[in-house]
Design a protein around this ligand. Structure first.
Ligand code: AMP
Length: 427
């Protein structure tokens, strides 16, 4: 039997939902542009390698969550699960490094796809607003990039967002840390999930973001909570870099916590990693609305050019749920300015002409297209609750003077057709 239902974990956007989405998208673009970012639109699908190599074979995203398929030419294609790797691919392929350094600042806004278990704030198709900056590595730049996200949150009026920040060090620090994790987890690995049993040899850091074993307790030991923390393994350079990020952040008015347990689920990060977390007293408490970090070596590993990067991605669907909870969507709906009623066929044509003129002037005008009787047209007015109702009958049409009712004051006036737009605009 044909299945006409939407795919699990996807949503339709219409009415209020699409108004909210468009609003958030417009604010995102406005803020990014005002901070000197240019938009980049990459394809929804890429060669699978783009993600596997950069996001990491042992990450949940690559391992379990990608929508990967063979196209008719037997190429392995993946619906993008995130933006960073795709933007890096484009940066390299278009040789942006040749013309736009020392700093290339890009932003994107669009759908991502992950095969995850749908639940609060987790979908299979969701949207991300993200930024990527290539060309320099500096604690000051890390802070600047984080501040763009806060400019966006502030413009939306978002409250109770906390920054959690950590450093996962450079490759040397990570090597030392991986060794320590391997040793620690070897005591527990027999009781862990098959993925973790594999990861202990391939990439022990990825055990820390395992969704199955996250609350594992063995002989009274909370296995994840007690694992060694990366800060004990940072090299002096990595530690000095992170200290400077934290010191710089103190100059800005944003609440943040250093969280040594934060490692982020994607392999490409180095040094600074962070998440934006909601604090509230409902089911959204603790939800990450975004996250990101620095990736010093991603570009170098794809082409041999030493260009560091940093970026973040904010989950727009989650953000909208939080904004709904915080009551931030109060004045989004624009009211219809006028419903135009035509009481005979020619008056309907005159009404349609007036509607066109109004729309050109930015007014929202609606009409009933089929019926000339009063009743169905007033019914439409009841539904749309316009600011004004314009009534055109034979007499009005011949004189050019239409009846205009003000629905707020419940008064009506005769206004010449040439003056109606300015009359409505001035009220
Ligand atoms: P990530 O790319 O995993 O760092 O995720 C960045 C942000 O995207 C998260 O903080 C979430 O807000 C959002 N996000 C990630 N996965 C999903 C999902 N499956 N559904 C909705 N939002 C998501």
């Amino acid at each position: 039997m044909a299945n006409y239902q939407k795919i699990k974990g996807t949503r339709d956007f219409y009415g209020d939902k699409s108004i909210k989405l468009t609003y958030v998208e417009n604010v995102a673009k406005e803020v990014a542009i005002s901070y000197g970012y240019g938009e980049i639109v990459t394809p929804i699908f890429e060669n699978t390698d783009v993600f596997v190599k950069n996001v990491g074979e042992e990450s949940d995203v690559v391992n379990k969550e990608m929508y990967t398929f063979l196209d008719k030419g037997k190429r392995s294609i993946t619906l993008r699960p995130e933006g960073t790797a795709a933007v890096a691919r484009s940066f390299i392929e278009n040789k942006m490094y040749a013309t736009s350094l020392p700093l290339t600042k890009l932003f994107y806004f669009g759908p991502m796809f992950r095969y995850e278990q749908p639940q609060t704030g987790r979908f299979r198709e969701f949207r991300q607003f993200g930024v990527e900056v290539y060309g320099q590595g500096s604690p000051l730049l890390d802070c600047d990039v984080i501040m763009v996200a806060y400019a966006f949150f502030n413009k939306l009026g978002l409250k109770n967002i906390k920054l959690k920040i950590n450093s996962i060090g450079n490759f040397e620090s990570r090597g030392l840390y991986s060794k320590a994790l391997k040793e620690y987890f070897s005591k527990y690995v027999d009781k862990m999930c098959p993925d973790c049993q594999r990861r202990i040899n391939t990439n022990p850091m990825r055990i820390l973001d395992c969704k199955c074993d996250k609350d594992l307790e063995i002989d009274g030991v909370k296995v994840m909570e007690n694992a060694p923390k990366i800060n004990e393994y940072l090299t002096p350079e990595a530690k000095a870099y992170f200290d400077e990020v934290v010191d710089t952040l103190k100059n800005f008015n944003i609440p943040f916590d250093v969280d040594y347990g934060l490692v982020r689920g994607l392999d490409y990060y180095t040094d600074t990693v962070f998440e934006f977390i909601i604090e509230s007293d409902d089911e959204l408490n603790g939800l990450a609305v975004g996250g990101g970090g620095r990736y010093a070596d991603m570009i170098k590993s794809m082409v041999n050019i030493d260009v560091p990067g940093i970026g973040w991605a904010i989950g727009v669907d989650r953000l909208i749920s939080v904004m709904e909870n915080q009551g931030l969507f109060t004045d989004l709906e624009r009211r219809v300015d006028a419903v135009i009623m035509g009481l005979d066929k020619d008056s309907k044509i005159a009404g349609l002409q007036l509607a066109q003129e109004m729309r050109k002037e930015g007014l929202i005008a609606e009409m009933e297209y089929c019926k000339t009787a009063m009743k169905p047209q007033f019914k439409l007015c009841d539904k749309l609750n316009p600011r004004f109702i314009v009534i055109i009958g034979e007499t009005e049409r011949e004189s050019g003077n239409y009846t205009v009712k003000n629905t707020a004051t419940k008064t009506q006036e005769i206004v010449n057709v040439k003056d109606i737009i300015s009359y409505i605009k001035n009220k």
